[in-house]
Write a protein that binds this ligand. Sequence first.
Ligand SMILES: Nc1ncnc2c1ncn2[C@@H]1O[C@H](COP(=O)(O)OP(=O)(O)O)[C@@H](O)[C@H]1O
Ligand SMILES: [Mg+2]
Length: 490
Amino acid sequence: MYKPGRSKLLGIFLKKLLKEKNLSQRQFAKQANLATDYVSKLVNGQIAEPRKEIRRKIAQGLGIIEGEFQDLFDRYLIDQHSYFDTDKTQSETPNFRQLSGEVAKANSDLVYDDWGDAIDLEGFRGRDDEIRTLEEWIVNDLLRCRLVAVLGMGGMGKTSIAAKVAKKIQPQFDYLIWRSLRNAPPLNNIISQILRFLLNNSEDYSTVSENEKILLLINVLRKHRCLIILDNVESVLRSGEGKIQEWAGEYEPGYENYGYFFKKIAETSHKSCLLLTSREKPKELAVLEGKNLRVKFLQLSSINLGESREILLDKGCQCTDKQLEELVKRYSGNPLALKIVGTTVYDLFSNNITEFLREIQEENAVYGDIQSLLETQFNRLSDIEKQVMYRLAIHREYLSLAQLKNDLRTTDVESKILEVVESLLRRSLIEKEANTSRFRQQSVVMEYVTKSYIERVTHEFSEKKNLSLFMPILYYKRDHLIISGKHKND
Ligand SMILES: Nc1ncnc2c1ncn2[C@@H]1O[C@H](COP(=O)(O)OP(=O)(O)O)[C@@H](O)[C@H]1O
Ligand SMILES: [Mg+2]
């Protein structure tokens, strides 16, 4: 589509770059292998958006790569308030203008929020230093980070801490939106969802290119202070499991544009913040961290002894200082692991920590790390508890008691659903959604259960065994199992 406004801006931008690089139009034309006539039309804004091949030549003429040229130009566009805001350009860029519409905020005292599937924070302990640090990075006027990522192994408390901080600083923002990437939605869908929320419309943005959507979003992020939280970013990163060689922080095929998006948010000037949680540091961000003061990472490590003691006490498990130190060391101060261990010690070892510690020393593998801890814990569940766990793993999102009951109505779980859910909650294998009675699994737990489920079904198929335990679930969600939940909640 011909966009006179944009081509005129391209001309001005090109002229500016030539001046900066001390290049005459003739020299540039020669280096770019373009006709001088064409270059003169380009800088005078008479050419519609050049094709990819020409853009490559323009970049070559300037001595940069094509991607960099595009990045610079995009940034320039965003910096030109007039492109979006003045009446003059309004008529030149009708589609952009219409799409950006009026932002939802009408009253400056109100905060608009969409917490998506954020978790319940009941029982959250301590982490005061980490909360203070994040708060400082995001809201301190001297820093005002544009992109902050909370990193750490599964169960370490990334989601909880992000929710805690977001709740605390929400009054300082005009908008807040929380989205989880746990089902690996394509970037396009996530940005459209965010735009629909921020611009308070029901556009499907299907005719707008991804790049333009990013520009549109950045434009809103400049006008309003928005806090966007993307949880579970590791879902769009490639897992190294089962592969011979894999580098951390690479994207799953088809999800590389997330990297571009993060980079844009980090590098372009605006007054908002993107808060991410991830088990791994995405590749682009690792590079940005050093040179961009507005990008920061918080690596979550062990929770302290006092907090650990409280978590264990919540599960009914009491211990001496020495025992506590040993437990925390053994499980790297991982709150999820400690919650699970607390229940195990209470239930299986009649609250006798010494015996539990002796057992883990003797049998290193059992209860050894969070994976083997999950395995032991899972194997101990009753068949009906396992059925509910499989059901939740396949569904991947929150389910209400009624939904669970309905899905398992042909089995003997139905009448006991309440007890089963209570038991799983107590074992910290499932979690409750904030302010509702819906449940889902912790993501580390979900991964473990999905894997175990697939292994078990595969085994039973190959052995041609009776599949009665699994049939209802297989029957309901066969395709979801095969695609393992990806793209489900787009
Ligand atoms: N500081 C804390 N105090 C109490 N419980 C915590 C704390 N941090 C995490 N948890 C609990 O540990 C579990 C894992 O936390 P979560 O935030 O989901 O971890 P992650 O997102 O890193 O996988 C949850 O059940 C959560 O309630
Ligand atoms: Mg999480």
